[in-house]
Design a protein around this ligand. Structure first.
Ligand code: AMP
Length: 178
């Protein structure tokens, strides 16, 4: 995979959404067809032989590559969403944010028995939202859970990979330290 192509095209927005945060804006990767192709090919290479039956995307930036990858893998695509967005009966999990807590939801019939699930999001920071998504997916007693991020942030104080721990097998396309 051409990591430099991705790094060159990823926009960093300093101090968004608040002072001190270096926001990694993946919209500049998504708008570039060469970057999309590069990321999708790499994801297909990693997951093509794993028998993935469902890709779960986390709202909203996890929907973009997640849905494309599901099609390539011949898997179904599931939306993991913010509260109140899914119309049918849901199950939910809470996670801690810097200030207070947040909740994510999935439809209670989103997954069946014996599924091999890949949960995908754009970026790993603290790992809080992914840990909650894993907790939700585990309620369906899947055969195996994989986790993927386009970008892993490894900066001071961020220990997302450690926080997720042994709950799932993790892959990331880019690791950024600043
Ligand atoms: P976390 O639950 O802390 O791992 O945060 C991950 C979620 O927040 C992902 O859905 C990201 O899109 C978003 N996020 C957190 N920090 C950043 C950042 N520095 N740049 C871009 N997105 C971020």
């Amino acid at each position: 995979m051409d990591k430099n192509l991705l790094i060159r095209n990823l926009r960093n927005v300093p101090n968004f959404p608040k002072e001190g945060i270096q926001f990694k804006d993946v919209s500049t990767l998504f708008k570039n067809p060469a970057c999309v192709k590069e990321m999708l090919n790499e994801l297909v290479n990693i997951y093509k032989d794993k028998g993935i039956t469902k890709v779960v995307g986390i709202e909203s930036r996890g929907f973009v590559m997640g849905a494309m990858l599901a099609e390539k893998l011949g898997a179904g695509f599931i939306m993991c969403r913010k509260p109140g967005k899914l119309p049918a009966k849901t199950i939910s999990a809470e996670y801690n944010k810097e200030y207070g807590t947040d909740t994510i939801e999935m439809h209670e019939d989103a997954l069946g028995e014996n599924e091999i699930v890949l949960i995908h999001d754009d970026l790993l920071a603290t790992g809080g939202s992914m840990k909650a998504a894993i907790e939700l997916v585990n309620k369906f007693a899947p055969k195996k859970v994989y986790v993927n991020f386009l970008i892993e942030l490894r900066m001071e104080g961020l220990k997302g990979r450690e926080f997720i721990g042994e709950d799932a097998e993790i892959s990331t396309l880019l690791t950024l330290t600043e």
